[in-house]
Design a protein around this ligand. Structure first.
Ligand code: BMA
Length: 324
């Protein structure tokens, strides 16, 4: 079995920043959050799969809201803030937050009776959402860049080709652009799974990119399928290992990868990442904040069960991407 480890520049907090014990309503798993700074506060919208943790039962998914003054200590708000259900919709999950020109947008995954989609909504208060677009299926894991690139809104995404990639998971990270966040085009391949040494299954976006002088710094999720793995977590078999990678994209043409660290940036090591929870060995970043001090906070779901934070220095992350 592959034993992935985090890069030495990564500092993990000694405990998760959000677990089911922090949630004042029905819950079981709280993870894969989007995080941003908006109107002077840190804002987190997290995925809440509710049910009964001890009975290993999941009944549904909604999104919850938490606010913070320091990005580490969070106050969970009293009620869930978003749910998509009814008609063709089954559920919305994996929120990602991006502020563009002072306006806050949320990308999210949507399961419907006819496929998997990526949605984009605008919000001012995190309780009311104006849905601007829902993609064609199957395509999800969308994240918006924090500013327009060459005059167009820009997103990373992960379409899920079926026939053309050998009838099994073989998914890559793509880019698309839009004049209005509704109509999307200019689709370009950014990073293919075969170019990531620690992935053999799929790669795709994770947290929305942050701008640095050297390029767009972006995490990505990398999935390694290990068919020798048996029971890991609640299911009879869980054979996928999710790590986070880090790459630097060209400022003018973010479909161009300037550099990529060829090992995982964040891998499962802590008890709550490796040994406990619904699906062990799953690291999935959904938020990255570059502080004025140069510290980068990376928020990630662990084991599809809890939400964690790791920090690193922005220059160290850039060096990882470009120094060989
Ligand atoms: C993906 C998504 C993610 C999840 C991951 C690992 O397909 O459902 O939300 O974190 O699987 O289970």
């Amino acid at each position: 079995m592959e034993d992935f480890v985090s890069a030495s520049v990564i500092k993990k907090l000694e405990k998760p920043v959000l677990t089911r014990f922090d949630i004042p309503y029905q819950t079981a798993l709280t993870f894969n959050a989007g995080v941003t700074k908006y109107n002077g506060k840190y804002v987190m919208v997290f995925r809440n799969d509710y049910g009964d943790y001890d009975a290993h039962r999941l009944d549904g998914t909604n999104l919850g809201l938490a606010l913070s003054d320091d990005g580490i200590n969070w106050e969970v708000q009293p009620t869930p803030c978003f749910k998509l259900e009814g008609g063709d919709y089954k559920r919305a999950y994996d929120p990602r937050l991006t502020v563009i020109d002072g306006e806050c947008y949320m990308c999210f995954a949507v399961d419907t009776h006819h496929g998997l989609h990526g949605g984009i909504a605008k919000t001012e208060d995190f309780y009311h959402y104006d849905i601007l677009s829902i993609s064609a299926p199957d395509n999800r894991n969308m994240v918006l860049f924090p500013e327009k690139v060459n005059g167009l809104y820009t997103r990373l995404e992960r379409p899920m080709p079926v026939y053309s990639r050998g009838h099994h998971d073989r998914f890559d990270m793509w880019l698309a652009q839009s004049p209005d966040l509704k109509f999307w085009g200019n689709n370009k391949l950014v990073l293919a799974v075969e170019n990531v040494p620690f992935a053999n299954d799929k790669v795709g976006p994770a947290a929305p990119p942050v701008k640095t002088e050297k390029g767009w710094l972006t995490t990505f999720h990398a999935v390694y399928l290990d068919t020798t793995r048996g029971k890991h977590g609640w299911e009879d078999r869980w054979q996928k290992i999710y790590t986070s990678g880090i790459a630097l994209l060209d400022l003018e043409d973010p479909s161009k990868v300037i550099g990529m660290y060829d090992k995982p940036l964040i891998a499962s090591e802590k008890t709550w990442e490796k040994d406990e929870g619904f699906r062990t060995d799953v690291i999935f970043p959904g938020g990255m904040i570059l502080e004025d001090s140069g510290e980068v906070k990376i928020y990630y779901g662990a084991a599809d069960t809890v939400e964690c934070v790791a920090t690193a220095d922005v220059d160290d992350l850039i060096k990882l991407c470009i120094e060989k």
